[in-house]
Structure formats: C-alpha cells, structure tokens
Design a protein around this ligand. Structure first.
Ligand SMILES: Cc1cc2nc3c(=O)[nH]c(=O)nc-3n(C[C@H](O)[C@H](O)[C@H](O)COP(=O)(O)OP(=O)(O)OC[C@H]3O[C@@H](n4cnc5c(N)ncnc54)[C@H](O)[C@@H]3O)c2cc1C
Length: 365
C-alpha cells in the first residue's frame, strides 16, 4: 500500500484524489475490522475519521471498561480491543486519514465511481463506500460555562482516558447516567476525594450501580451533591474549586479535576444530506449485503438500521464482512470472487505470517 499504516500523513504524502476500491468512513471498531476484511477479500481501502484517534466510541467513551462479549475474547478493555483490531489489519497497511470529516459525496455518471471530499479538502475516488460512522460525528456534551474551554484537557474532562491521572486528586464527576456513576465508583479507589454532582436526586443508570453509589456515599467513600455547575474557579489557570447552585442555596467544592459525563451530542452531519434512506438517524440497509438505498454505499455498525438491529460490536463485524463481499462486485464487476477460508488462504498466510499455508489439501466445501 502507498502509505504507512497508523501514523500516515497522507495529505502531505499523496496527491488527491486518492483512488481506492472501498472508502471506509469511520475508524471505530467496525471500520477497523472492515479494513481487515477488505484485505482478506482482496480489496484496497482507505479509512477516514473525523477524530484524531482511531477507535470510535471504544476510545472516546469507555477506553478502560472491560468488554465481555467479543467472540473468543473472554475479556479485554475497549482500548485493548482497538489495539488488537489495529494489529489485525496492520499487515495490509491501508492508510488511515484522521481529523478528516467526510462532507460531500457525488457519483460520476460515466463509471459510477464515487467522489468523496472531506472538510480538509482531501478527495477520494472510490468504487464503493462503506459507512461505519456510528452515530455520526459525535462530540461529548460540554459544560456551558465560559471558563470551561480554557481548562479543557487539563482540569476539565469529558472522558476518562487514564485513571492514574486522577490519583490523589480532588475529583468532581458531573452527570447522572451510567458513565458518571461508573466513573465515580472507579475513581474513588484512586482519587483523594470524589464528589458526584447531579442536577436531581434520581439517576439514569443501572439499578445495581445506583445502589452501589448510594452505599458508597453512606459509607463515606464518596459524596453526592445535588445541584448544577455554576462557576469554575481557576485563579492561576489551574482549577481550584467549583461553585454548585442548589435549590435555595449554593455550595463551593474544592476540585483539581472536573469530569463532565453528560452524554454525547451526535448527529449524522453531512451524511444526512447524501440522499440516503435515513430513519431515526440510521441509514436503512438491505440485510442481504448491508447496502443502502443508493447502490454502492453500504452502512454497517451502529449507523445501520434494519429490523431487530443490535448496536453491538460483533453485529457490526458480521455486517462489514457481508457488505464488503457485495462491494467487491462494484470494484471488480468482471471478476468472480472465489471464496477461500482464511485457514487455507496461502496469500493471506504469507502476508500475515510470512509463511505459505497448505493449499493442495483443501477440504471440500
Ligand atoms: C459506554 C458504552 C459501553 C459499550 N459496551 C459495549 C460492549 O460491552 N459490547 C459491545 O458489543 N458494544 C458495546 N458498546 C457499543 C459499541 O461501542 C458500539 O456498538 C460500537 O462502537 C459501534 O462501532 P462503529 O464502528 O459502528 O461506530 P463508532 O464506534 O461510533 O465509530 C464511528 C466513527 O465514525 C466517525 N465518523 C462519524 N461521522 C463521520 C464523518 N462524517 N467523517 C469522518 N468520520 C466520521 C466517528 O468519529 C467515529 O470515530 C458500548 C457503547 C458504549 C457507549
């Protein structure tokens, strides 16, 4: 492939348009697995993501949480899963273009190929498009206080990336959902003190988690404060305290770090204008090949909509593998793809292991 895999700077290194069999939009877990599958099938691909890091929700929302329902992986954190997916697709060396939000798509009348352009001006020329764009370009809901942006990343956080960064610190976790409660519980084990701040005395989290938080509060392991964030005090540029507005009063809490976990604001953004059949924010697909209402554009993972759709990583893996098999027909309309199991795929074995797999003793399929 034309560029090194993970740290490619393709904008500088290559001239556009970048020609590829498949353009994968979204480098979440499903997009990364799709890149591997593309390689297995014999399709070239480029991957593009609006974020600066690969991994989608796994890295943005719950990198250190354990995942238990990936086949043959009894447990791994979300970050480990992304690392393994990167390792799995690395042998193919497909370029990943980060910090590029895909904006427009047009189909050429003559050869039916797609021209896709990003907000940074990168242009692709693809035979097929695989949308693995999750909930669209999403951002965490941010704190609506003027002081917050200057503290972001140092004292104000919208995700927990490294638990160790909060060791021995005064931490306020704001929010009332699963993420806020889970992190309040997890951080109390390393932080000097954790306060959970929520606007009302009822939480939107799993009942067992709510009970655990209440027990921890009763036992003095953390505090719960009902109220809303009113001001952040950072006189020397470092957070020192947070003012909380309460019904009939106010309280000031000492704080080194404020972690706001209010959930995500996501929308499909430009994809909504692509003349696809979109219902309730999902791209409707035909499940025989996960193709959208526009032939040649496929949707897999969380963005795909069909009856009984489950937003699970393993569902996305399956969807990607079927979609790419159908996409092959757009890239190579005159070629018949011959299926070979990976265990008997000599070319694949050579690429991944550097050794040829046996090919003469293929069992009948
Ligand atoms: C807290 C939490 C815990 C979870 N636990 C589990 C679990 O245990 N097991 C499980 O199976 N699932 C779990 N899930 C669900 C799982 O994370 C999702 O199903 C999975 O991330 C979907 O993967 P995806 O690749 O389809 O989309 P995403 O992970 O959402 O990735 C989509 C990517 O597309 C990019 N993108 C969007 N629009 C554009 C654009 N226009 N241009 C460029 N890039 C774009 C985004 O930046 C993003 O990186 C959990 C989810 C959450 C929130």
């Amino acid at each position: 492939m034309d560029a090194p895999f993970a740290d490619a700077d393709p904008v500088a290194a290559q001239s556009t348009p970048l020609r590829t069999d498949v353009l994968i939009i979204g480098a979440g877990p499903v997009g990364l697995f799709a890149a591997f599958e593309a390689g297995v099938i014999g399709l070239s691909c480029h991957i593009v993501d609006a974020l600066k890091e690969v991994g989608g929700q796994c890295i943005e929302l719950y990198p250190e949480k354990p995942i238990f329902d990936i086949p043959a992986v009894p447990v791994c954190t979300a970050r480990e899963l992304v690392e393994r997916l990167m390792e799995q697709c690395r042998p193919f060396g497909f370029p990943i273009h980060l910090g590029q939000q895909v904006r427009s798509v047009t189909q050429r009348a003559d050869d039916k190929r797609w021209t896709v352009v990003t907000d940074q001006g990168l242009e692709f020329d693809a035979a097929a498009i695989l949308l693995s764009a999750g909930n669209g370009a999403f951002v965490p809901q941010r704190i609506a206080l003027d002081e917050a942006p200057a503290l972001e990343g140092r004292h104000v956080h919208y995700a927990v990336r490294q638990v160790a960064a909060f060791a021995g610190q005064n931490v306020i976790v704001a929010g009332g959902g699963d993420s806020a409660l889970d992190w309040a519980l997890a951080l109390r084990k390393v932080a000097r003190h954790v306060t959970l701040v929520h606007r009302r005395d009822a939480f939107r989290a799993a009942e067992a988690t709510v009970q655990e938080v209440k027990r921890a509060a009763a036992d003095g392991e953390l505090d719960i404060v009902i109220g809303t964030l009113a001001a952040l005090k950072a006189p020397g540029g470092a957070l020192e305290s947070v003012d909380i507005k309460q019904i009939g009063g106010a309280v000031t809490l000492p704080a080194d770090h404020l972690i706001a976990l209010y959930g995500l604001v996501a929308d499909l953004g430009p994809i909504a204008d692509w003349e696809l059949d979109i219902r309730a924010g999902r791209v409707i697909v035909d499940t025989s090949g996960y193709e959208s209402s526009r032939p040649g554009i496929f949707a897999v993972g969380d963005i795909a909509g069909y009856p009984n759709k489950q937003k699970l990583i393993l569902s996305g893996f399956h969807e990607a593998s079927l979609a790419l098999r159908k996409a092959y027909g757009y890239a190579y309309p005159d070629k018949k793809r011959v299926h070979v199991h990976s265990s008997y795929d000599a070319k694949l074995s050579a690429r991944i292991l550097g050794t040829e797999a046996p090919s003469a003793d293929l069992p009948e399929r």
